[in-house]
Design a protein around this ligand. Sequence first.
Ligand SMILES: NC(=O)c1ccc[n+]([C@@H]2O[C@H](COP(=O)([O-])OP(=O)(O)OC[C@H]3O[C@@H](n4cnc5c(N)ncnc54)[C@H](OP(=O)(O)O)[C@@H]3O)[C@@H](O)[C@H]2O)c1
Length: 277
Amino acid sequence: MNENFKVLSNGVKMPSIGFGTYKSGNDEETAKIVKYALKIGYRQIDTASFYGNEVGIGNGIKESGINREDIFLVTKLWNDDHGYDKTIKAFNKSLERLQVDYIDLYLVHWPNKLNSETWKAFEYLYKTGKVKSIGVCNFKVAHLEELKKTAQIMPMVNQIEIHPQSSKNDMLSYCEENNIQLVAWSPIMRGKLFSNELMIGLAEKYKKTIAQIILRWHLQRGVIPIPKSSNEERIKENLNIFDFELSNDDIKTIDLLNEGDNVSVSGVPENTTYLKF
Ligand SMILES: NC(=O)c1ccc[n+]([C@@H]2O[C@H](COP(=O)([O-])OP(=O)(O)OC[C@H]3O[C@@H](n4cnc5c(N)ncnc54)[C@H](OP(=O)(O)O)[C@@H]3O)[C@@H](O)[C@H]2O)c1
């Protein structure tokens, strides 16, 4: 099995680690780190219209000199832009800011009562070829089941918060059964596990950093992590996870840190009202 990418339900190859960019800084700083990340080998860049950094991301991609078709670019539809027409408009604005003519993966950022209408626009964009894959973020099983009733094409990806303290095993099983690729945001829990004794022990055992142990845990569970860093050493460190393997026992030990679905490093945005499930 090739560890460098996962194959989505529509056959598209998605790199098995991505570069997160939430709070990546101003356009200049963003362009600089995106260019660096691409230079050292990241091929998936995760952004969102909400992050306000799409122009910087687009500049970084252009300045990198790497062919557009070798980069897997992900962006997201923000909460204010749900509904068919607004989705199309918001998508075109993202394209413009990113200075590209297609997106590899377009995601609904948070569930919304207009999910079904919004999704019709996603399906339309997918059919036009302007988006190579479509997906959602922060959807629970009930949101996905509800979408199933009206969707012609099911999401290829669900991007949710996953880290050892919230490993979302039920969602992982559901996604495996339904051929949906899981992507982990806040994959290293924004550093919150770096003083955990168990993690310190594993880092010593494998001669890797705690960030690398956690990112490797994601890979071996079949989940795509998208760690963010604005520091060149740490950007490199986070990519250096393909030269070792955690034993099944150690994976199970890390699983013991799970405290359930509601453990979160960040709150839900104020205008997200559709999390009733
Ligand atoms: N769909 C959604 O709703 C959603 C929500 C949140 C995030 N996301 C996406 O997921 C990405 C990742 O999540 P995140 O940014 O919240 O959290 P994260 O990747 O778990 O952690 C990022 C934080 O950890 C630090 N860090 C990174 N690598 C490190 C290392 N090797 N050693 C020590 N510290 C390290 C970074 O600081 P430095 O920059 O100083 O290195 C930053 O403060 C985001 O950037 C965004 O693209 C999506």
